[in-house]
Every structure is written in C-alpha cells, then in structure tokens.
Design a protein around this ligand. Structure first.
Ligand SMILES: Nc1ncnc2c1ncn2[C@@H]1O[C@H](COP(=O)(O)OP(=O)(O)OP(=O)(O)O)[C@@H](O)[C@H]1O
Ligand SMILES: [Mg+2]
Length: 456
C-alpha cells in the first residue's frame, strides 16, 4: 500500500499552478521533483506536508505516516533559534525529553563543529544552515522526507556528504526532493515527477533517463497532434466535395454521408491535444560597462576572520584587472562570504584595511540572501525605484525576465526562490556594473537558465 497518495490534486495561487496531479508514493521511493522556476514545486511540497490546503483533489496517507519537510529557506523562527534548540524542537514530541542526545548524534553525523552548535541558525553560513535543517527534518524520523532544493548553498564536498547521508537513511524512508541539480538527482533518485500545469508526468527513472523519455513522449504527442489535425482537415475537404455533389444530385444518401464525415472530423479535432510546450521561466542576461583602469581592486594582505576574531585566511598581495572572471572556491564556512563582505564594503566606499578599489568602479552585488530586495516592494516598484526607466520600459524589462504583466504588482515576498533570484539578476543587469560580485548565483535557478546563462 502507498504511504501517501495524491488524487487529481490541483492548486491555484492567482493562476493554476498544477491540476489533476496523481501520484502514489511508496515506501523507499526516491522521487525527484523537477520544473522551471515558479512552477509550484515548493508549494506542492508544502501541500503534501499539510502546511497549505489544495484547491482541488485529495491527499491520503496511511495511518501514522510521519512527514517532514525541509523548506527552501529557513523560516525567521528557525533563524532566531540556537541550533541545538531548533533540532530538539524537531524530535517527535513524545520522545523529546529523554531522547535529546539524538540531537548531538545528528550533528556529529553531519560533522557540525562544536562551537557552532549553540549559535542561532541565522548566524551560520548558508551551507551549515542547510545541513542543520536537514538534520532537523531527519530527527523527526519521517516515513516521507520532503526536501526543497537541498544542495543550494552546499560546496561540492558537502553535496557528497548529503548524497551519502540520503543513501544511508533507512531503506524504507521515502523521499521527494525538488532540485535543479542534475548530477545530484541522478545520484539519489529512482523516480522523477515533472510538474506541469496540466499533464504532469512520472517516470520510474532518475532525472537524465526520465528527461530523455519525457522528450520522446512530447515529440510523439506533437506528431500525433499534427496527424490528427491533418486527418480532420482531410475529412472536412471530403465532406465539402460530397456536399457539392449532394446539392447537385439531390441525393439524401450523400447528405447523410456529408454529415457523418463532418462529425468524424469534429470528434478527431476536439480530441486532439496539443503537445506540452515547455515555456521558459525567462532568460537571464548580464551587462557590463568597460573600464579604462589597469587595476580594479588591489588586495594588500587583507585579513579575513570570523566575527569573533578567529583568523580564516589572508589574501597576500593580489590584483583584479578588467575582464577577469574569477571563481572563489573553498569549503563551506572557510570565509568566502566574509571575504566578499570586505570587498563589498570597500566597493561601497568604506575604508577596509587591505583592500583598495578604483574610485571610478561601479559594482553590482548579488549576495546569497538577495538582501537588497525588500520583501514589501512590488516587482514594478523594485525596478522603477532604482532606475530612471519609466513604467512602460519597466514592464517590458520585467516581461523579458519572465514575469507576466499581471504579476508586476505582486510583492517580492510571494515570489519563489528562483523568481527572486531572477529579479535580482535583472536589477544587476540594469546597474550595468564594471565589476560583478556574485555569491553563489546559481542557487535557486532552474536547469534551463543554469545551462544557457553565460556572461557576454
Ligand atoms: N502567497 C502567494 N500568493 C500568490 N502567489 C504565490 C504565493 N506563494 C507563491 N506564489 C506563486 O506561486 C508560484 C509557485 O511558487 P513556488 O515557490 O512553489 O515555485 P517553485 O517551483 O518552488 O520555484 P523555484 O524553482 O523558484 O523554487 C510562483 O509564481 C509564486 O510567485
Ligand atoms: Mg521552490
């Protein structure tokens, strides 16, 4: 028997996100949930976790099934709690008092250093936050574990840890995981659900193989649709000929035949279904202004340390020149964000010891939390309040970035993770910076846009 069954499930938030979704989740299933940004993956996970009611259809679960959800971002309540307290809160209530030792076991399994364990979640690096949220979700000993983009913010080594962690979970634990990370999906899943507004598709294969089957099915559906329409048109042509013959000869038989042909054409045409057209969630482009300067930023033994003064690393003497594309690679918690923070402060004109920036430099910054986007501003407001572009142009720019006109008045807070990242990238492009600072820019972005966005 299935653990959880979705029957004709549908959800409308403004527009219909998905309809008629049928899925039976069995013990031990490892299902990848795939769709472009803003298509309703996070929303579906919340519906299954019981945090949101569906608009249509039903979810049934076998009695006693425990479901835990790791959300795409920590909630403000989670961020404020010290790590241990957050994890203790995730233990099943009936065992919380005498099983709190399991909190440390879980933290050990994910190799969380002792000095981080009493800090509020919000004070940890993005990677540690993900690991802690994963530990919290598994402490609830769920039968079904729902994971929303678990590899966001994780370095390569930690994605390996996460994969092993998932493989080591009890075999009967079912997992439904939303992700844009193809390699991760291929590594841990054995079924794939492609979420679509109508006609979502499920395959008994990991992402790569499932994607190939889906493409083949879509192509076959497109061919079938074309053949059906051609067949309908042919019948109508024959009907028209017979009609003329019938009128000229006054034959009742031909009139009946004509009617039958038209009815057949109608039946074929109304049953013909257009193939699914995968609409892109919008393209991302970056733009940059050239610079005459020889050196954009000079580092002179910049010291990067933790907020309480522990040395993380020193830069030595280094320079960044126009046209350079530099990748910053280091394990989680090594100080990448702290380092970028010093660079950003210097770019904003603050005196930072060890960093000199060229005064003519215009910098465009996208941080990990996309913190320059206010939650209360509207999409339209986010553009017109920053750039002298006028309402019409702002609408065109937003539409080009994948936001339909009817959404331009929506507040930033209701956007999906990927939609927020897309808006941040549009603002970055309009700033036309001479220097881009991007902290983990592919977090939240969907498979299509990760592949095709290359700097010009
Ligand atoms: N409270 C709300 N009111 C109106 N629309 C909402 C609300 N919450 C979410 N939405 C919209 O529902 C859609 C689906 O959002 P969801 O977060 O489920 O997408 P997603 O598939 O998880 O995307 P991503 O890949 O970017 O994480 C988005 O267009 C989002 O803006
Ligand atoms: Mg999401």
């Amino acid at each position: 028997m299935s653990l959880v069954t979705l029957r004709a499930l549908g959800l409308t938030l403004g527009a219909p996100l998905f309809t008629g979704l049928d899925l039976a989740i069995q013990k031990g299933d490892r299902i990848g949930l795939v769709a472009a940004n803003g298509r309703g993956k996070s929303t579906l996970l919340k519906v299954i976790a019981g945090l949101l009611p569906p608009s249509d259809g039903a979810i049934t679960a076998t009695r006693g099934t425990r479901i835990a959800l790791m959300q795409q971002e920590p909630t403000p309540e989670q961020q404020a709690l010290p790590l241990r307290a957050m994890l203790a809160g995730a233990l099943p209530p009936e065992t919380r008092e005498w099983e709190d030792w399991r909190v440390d076991v879980a933290l050990d399994a994910l190799a969380v250093p002792a000095d981080l364990r009493d800090r509020p979640l919000g004070a940890l690096s993005g990677g540690w936050q993900r690991m802690a949220m994963l530990a919290a979700a598994t402490l609830a000993e769920p039968d079904l574990l729902l994971l929303d983009e678990p590899t966001n913010h994780l370095d390569l080594a930690r994605i390996g840890t996460l994969e092993r962690f998932i493989v080591d979970l009890p075999r009967e634990t079912a997992i439904l995981v939303a992700s844009h990370d193809r390699a991760f999906l291929d590594g841990v899943t054995n079924r794939t659900l492609f979420l679509r507004s109508t006609g979502s598709a499920v395959y008994a294969a990991p992402y790569g193989a499932a994607r190939a089957s889906l493409d083949t099915a879509d192509e076959a559906a497109a061919r079938r649709y074309e053949t059906d329409l051609k067949q309908g048109a042919k019948l109508r042509r024959q009907a028209a000929k017979l009609h003329n013959l019938g009128v000229n000869s006054g034959s009742d038989l031909l009139t009946v035949k004509t009617k039958q042909l038209r009815e057949r054409a109608e039946r074929i045409e109304s049953a013909a279904k257009p193939a699914h057209l995968e609409e892109s969630a919008g393209r991302i482009r970056l733009d940059e202004r050239g610079s005459e300067a020889k050196v954009l930023i000079a580092f002179d033994d910049l010291v990067v340390a933790t907020p309480d003064g522990r040395l993380l690393f020193e830069t030595g003497r280094r320079w960044i020149r126009p046209g350079e594309r530099i990748v910053l690679l280091a394990p989680n918690g090594a100080g990448k964000s702290r380092f970028l923070d010093s660079v950003i402060r210097a770019l904003r004109g603050e005196a930072v010891r060890g960093v000199r920036t060229n005064p003519s430099l215009v910098a465009g910054v996208v941080d990990q939390q996309l913190s320059h986007l206010g939650a209360d501003e509207t999409l339209q407001g986010a553009v017109v309040s920053r750039f002298p572009v006028g309402d019409q142009r702002a609408r065109a720019l937003l539409a080009g970035a994948g936001f339909p006109v009817e959404r331009h008045g929506d507040r930033v807070s209701v956007l999906s993770g990927g939609q927020r990242a897309r808006l941040a990238m549009l603002i970055l492009r309009l700033e036309k910076p001479g220097f881009h600072v991007l902290d983990e820019p592919t977090n939240h972005l969907d498979i299509e846009v990760r592949r095709c966005s290359r700097p010009n």
